[in-house]
Write a protein that binds this ligand. Sequence first.
Ligand code: BTN
Length: 244
Amino acid sequence: MTAPRIEALDEIDSTNADARRRAEAGEVGPLWITATRQTAGRGRRGRNWETGQGNLAATLLFVTDRPPAEAAQISFVAALAVADLADAFVPASQVTLKWPNDPMIDGRKTSGILVESGQHAGGLWVAVGIGVNLSTPPEVSERPATAFAEHMTAPPPRPLEALAVLSEAFERWRRLWQTAGFPPVAEAWTRRAHGLGEACTARLGHETVAGIAEGLDPDGALRLRLPDGMLRRITAGDVFFGEA
Ligand code: BTN
């Protein structure tokens, strides 16, 4: 993949929605789309995503010939890149990753990642949407949230400055994933993992299951050991720690 171009907009509904429109119109990227304001930012599981002032909202659009299940591993690549971005500004010991891809600072969510994809003449288009709370945490949040600024004495980086660091880190992890596959990515993710070995509740679409989070399966699923000793693979959903 050649170095991605960066297109910086003042305002858009959602950088992920924009990436989708462009992909459907034939854009193959690699292209970062970033916007100062999103009027309809999207989160996982149909939620809204609020991009507070001074925060980063960006989507990397590219095309791949990998099968969809494998392409989805890019969300772990993205999480590691955000963790590197956070390390550049806050103490690395505070930066962790909550399954599947929530970067946290001091146990609170500081970033969200939304991967979307669709069929393309050249394979699959993939849009990796990343929101990072640099200056301001969200006003309304279901779970504890934070922003880089709350952990820094200097002013937080400006969004385009943060995107430059993020883009470089993303490219480093993506190259490792491309050449060595998922194992080293999963291993790096595990070193950063939030809550492994702890009580964990997984809220799935139709049920809630509780157990101990044991780690990642080779495909990125979360291994949850249930009270009866059975192992449950969690492939989608929200997980919460310390609540089982
Ligand atoms: C989550 O729910 O944690 C995922 C949030 C993803 C937000 C980012 S901001 C940039 C991109 N554009 C969107 O509309 N969503 C993603």
